[in-house]
Design a protein around this ligand. Sequence first.
Ligand SMILES: Cc1cc2nc3c(=O)[nH]c(=O)nc-3n(C[C@H](O)[C@H](O)[C@H](O)COP(=O)(O)O)c2cc1C
Ligand code: SF4
Length: 371
Amino acid sequence: MEKMFEGTTINDMQLSNRSVRSATWEGMCDTDGRPTTKLASFYRDLAAGGAGLIITGYTFVRQDGKQMPGKMGIHTDAFGSEMRALTRAVHDEGGRICIQLVHAGGQTTAKTAGRRPLAPSAVKVEQFPEEPQAMSRQDIDEIVAAFGDAARRAKEHGFDAVQLHAAHGYLINQFLSPLTNQRKDDYGGSPEKRSRFLIEVYRSVRSAVGPAFPVIAKLNGSDNLDGGLDVRDAVQAAILLDREKIDAIEVSGGTSASGEKGPVRTKVDRPDREAYNLALAVEIKKAVRCPVMAVGGFRSPDVINKALAGDGIDYISMSRPFIREPGLIGRWKEGDRSPARCISCNGCFKPGIKEGGIYCVVEKKEQHRRT
Ligand SMILES: Cc1cc2nc3c(=O)[nH]c(=O)nc-3n(C[C@H](O)[C@H](O)[C@H](O)COP(=O)(O)O)c2cc1C
Ligand code: SF4
């Protein structure tokens, strides 16, 4: 796994290897979005375990962009000391931490958002109860500015990078997708016009953090939905981001409406079911100059090696394998190259909602059996 363990840089950020802990909501913040000491210690373990770059769970830039309980908020300056404790915990272990910025758009409820959810058009997302309100031009300008303010705070709090969550059906993805964006103005229609909101968010963030600070985007290579964003749309959006000097693009796929082809697939139990967004990442890699990260179902060193050395992907991102094994990269580095032990059952979501934080339920059961 020589390529995996190469040191690299993304803009002014030095990384010890090519592994990324993909953004993972942990459910470990207070009800108002304030990070807890439990979350800081969770990140400390990940950094100590060898993950090259840790991307936080999605963090709302405005109250009405909140989705899940225990989600982190960067909509206010009030959480500065907790945020700094969190970035310090990672830096103390020699790690790097990037914050994922999100507005949930129509993928939330009025109860959580504190108002009728906002979206590019009044198109209801199947899994959510209310029809969202179509955004006015003023709403667009305000949310674009909120992303910039959030990025400014992130830099002040010691984060090493920011990631725009433009995937998985959240607000930016809703603008990119012809299914949820039925606007007739400058923000809807052609792929370029549907990308306009993303580019405005990017510019707002870039102007807040300056040219040397790493700005990354997580983009769906496809929504895996009839009539949703497809790979041609995604390539167009990636080219526009690349022209704007984005520092890296992480490629995922699917939304909450994509069923078995969603972002967090189960049954990743054989090498041929791994790396389920790799083909999309390869298409984007061919079209851009910036580094590309691939996420979704990476479990075995052989599959990872092939993606890095064979397909030219720059970084491998994983989520669930690190929930079960925060020390996975260290284990591989020390020579134990057996695949990640995560069985992709998605049992880790439930304790995030019910017990104040995610953990691997399979590992916990096995520990009980052993004792
Ligand atoms: C508990 C959990 C929380 C997640 N939260 C986020 C999130 O906040 N932002 C995001 O972009 N993706 C999120 N994801 C998706 C992962 O980043 C990743 O794209 C997906 O799980 C596929 O990678 P994996 O097979 O390595 O788990 C989450 C996944 C899990 C399991
Ligand atoms: S509960 Fe454990 S084994 Fe199941 S998906 Fe989550 S981390 Fe993997």
